[in-house]
Ligand binder design. Structure first.
Ligand code: ZN
Ligand code: ZN
Length: 229
C-alpha cells in the first residue's frame, strides 16, 4: 500500500466534476465517486481511514500529552496515517478531546472519542474543496458540540460549536489551497487551542510546528506554508 496518492499504486488521484460508479479496491463494495486513480483504482473513505482509526483511538486513550500538535504529529508519523485523507477528520477532534482532558478539562474521554469518530465518519474525503468546508475545522466544531452537548435545538452550545468551526475555517482559508491535511490540521489545532483557552477556561498551549511531511506532499505550498522549514 502507498501513503500518498492512490493507496494501491501511488499514482496521483484525479478529481472530476462527474460522479461515476466505482468499486472499492479494498472492500469490494460499490460506490458513486468523483475521484479515482488514472489506472482505475478506487479506495472508499472507510477503507482509507480504518487502519489509522485504530491508531488514533488507542494513542489518544493512552496519552498524557497536553500539547495537541505534539500529540497529532506523533499519530501522523504512524504509517497507517496517509499524507492526505479523511483519517485527519477523526484525528483532529480526538486529539483536541485528549489534550483538553490532559490539560485538566472535564470530559468523559472514551465516550467523547467514540462520538467524534462516529460523527466524523459521515464527513467525506475532499469535503474541503467540494463543499468549501475543510473536515479538520468541522472536527474541531464537532469536539465542541460533543463537549457541550450541542444539538440543532440548543442555544449557547450551538453557537459555540459553529463559532469554533468558523474560526478554524477562516485560518485555513487565509493560507489558501490546494489542500494539505497536515497544514490544515495544524492551523485548526492552533486556532482551537486559543479558542479553548479563551472561551472554556482550560489553558491549552501548543508549539508552532515545523513540517516534516512536505516531501510527501506533491502540492506543498513551500514558502507559502506557515509550517514549511
Ligand atoms: Zn492506482
Ligand atoms: Zn472500501
Amino acid at each position: 500500500m502507498h501513503s500518498e496518492g492512490c493507496l494501491i499504486c501511488g499514482e496521483e488521484l484525479v478529481y472530476s466534476e462527474k460522479k461515476e460508479k466505482a468499486v472499492c479496491s479494498v472492500c469490494g463494495k460499490d460506490f458513486i465517486s468523483d475521484v479515482r486513480c488514472p489506472k482505475g483504482h478506487f479506495v472508499c473513505d472507510r477503507c482509507h481511514e480504518a487502519p489509522a482509526k485504530v491508531v488514533i483511538v488507542e494513542t489518544c486513550l493512552g496519552s498524557e500529552i497536553r500539547d495537541p500538535i505534539e500529540l497529532a504529529i506523533g499519530i501522523m508519523k504512524d504509517p497507517s496515517v496517509n499524507m492526505h485523507g479523511p483519517e485527519h477528520h477523526l484525528l483532529v477532534g480526538c486529539v483536541l478531546a485528549t489534550a483538553y482532558h490532559n490539560c485538566g478539562g472535564d470530559i468523559d474521554l472514551p465516550a467523547a472519542i467514540i462520538r467524534i469518530c462516529d460523527r466524523m465518519s459521515a464527513v467525506p474525503g475532499g469535503v474541503c474543496g467540494n463543499y468549501g468546508c475543510c473536515g479538520s475545522a468541522v472536527s474541531a466544531g464537532t469536539f465542541i458540540s460533543v463537549l457541550t452537548g450541542a444539538t440543532p435545538l440548543t442555544e449557547g452550545s450551538w453557537g459555540m460549536s459553529n463559532l469554533m468551526t468558523s474560526k478554524c475555517l477562516a485560518a485555513i482559508a487565509e493560507v489558501g489551497g490546494p489542500r494539505c491535511c497536515k497544514r490544515d490540521s495544524f492551523l485548526t489545532l492552533m486556532t482551537a487551542s486559543k479558542f479553548i483557552t479563551e472561551k472554556l477556561g482550560v489553558e491549552m498551549k501548543c508549539e508552532v510546528p515545523t513540517c516534516t511531511f512536505h516531501e510527501r506532499n506533491r502540492q506543498c505550498l513551500g514558502k507559502r506554508c506557515p509550517f514549511h522549514p
